[in-house]
Ligand binder design. Structure first.
Ligand code: MD3
Ligand code: FE
Length: 222
């Protein structure tokens, strides 16, 4: 595929293999879309963001270094430090506002949310997670946003990961979902507060991201 074909509108680029709850063994409220976006073009946009707001390993409130390196774009960004978790308009590393959300990112996320049944999704935050071999994310809920009626859209770029999703209680059974380059997974309604995490990334090589995986989560934080 040549460059001009790859730069067409993301909503036209996507294939039609959406997996919704009725068709696959996914929890209610979860929609998984394979080959959902042009990950090469998305990565180019992500790289412009992380030039201005570098990836960094944040500290947890408990004082440990997160294995996933993070940054944000949009009017709000998720930050973790000794003081706790929060959304902030300012990048504490640069002292500046987070970079604006590139139109390609925003439009891709809103088009995918629309396909999953959320026609009015207007994210104001995009968290960028970079996993290197061994990096993981423990089981958690995303509760720092104000309105849980708004979904979260997750886009995966580069190396594959095993994503785990459980129930509304930490001890509930989990199931594993493979997330590959170009996959989008949207969590809304009944799925919005499910516990979830990412298994330690297996070492590998990917043509776009070499030895890493990038995950973008688009959120309505305000
Ligand atoms: C299920 N990120 O940044 S994205 C996170 O792959 C996070 O980097 C993972 O969990 C990653 O908070 C998983 C998939 C995801 C995102 C938000 C969710 C799953 C979710 C919110 C509710 C339920
Ligand atoms: Fe999460």
């Amino acid at each position: 595929m040549n460059k001009s074909e790859k730069s067409i509108q993301p909503s036209l680029f996507v294939s039609d293999d959406i997996q919704a709850t009725a068709r696959e063994d996914l929890p209610e409220g979860v929609a998984l879309i394979h080959h959902a976006f042009d990950s090469s073009a998305m990565l180019d946009a992500v790289n412009t963001v992380i030039e201005a707001a570098p990836l960094r390993h944040m500290e947890t409130p408990g004082g440990s270094r997160m294995s996933v390196a993070m940054s944000n774009c949009g009017s709000l960004g998720w930050v973790s430090a000794r003081g706790g978790y929060a959304y902030s308009h300012i990048d504490p590393k640069t002292g500046l506002a987070w970079p604006a959300m590139p139109a390609l990112l925003r439009e891709t996320a809103t088009a995918l949310a629309k396909r999953a049944g959320y026609p009015h999704f207007a994210p104001d935050a995009c968290l960028i997670n970079r996993y290197e071999a061994g990096a993981q994310m423990g089981l958690h809920q995303d509760r720092d946003e104000k309105d849980f009626s708004q979904p979260i859209a997750s886009l995966s770029i580069g190396l594959p990961a095993k994503f785990i999703i459980g129930g509304l209680k930490r001890r509930d059974a989990v199931r594993s979902i493979d997330l590959n380059d170009g996959d989008a997974i949207i969590f809304g309604s009944a799925a919005r507060l499910l516990f979830h995490g990412v298994r330690p990334l297996k070492a590998g090589h990917h043509a776009l991201t070499s030895d890493t995986r990038i995950n973008l989560t688009f959120r309505v934080a305000r």
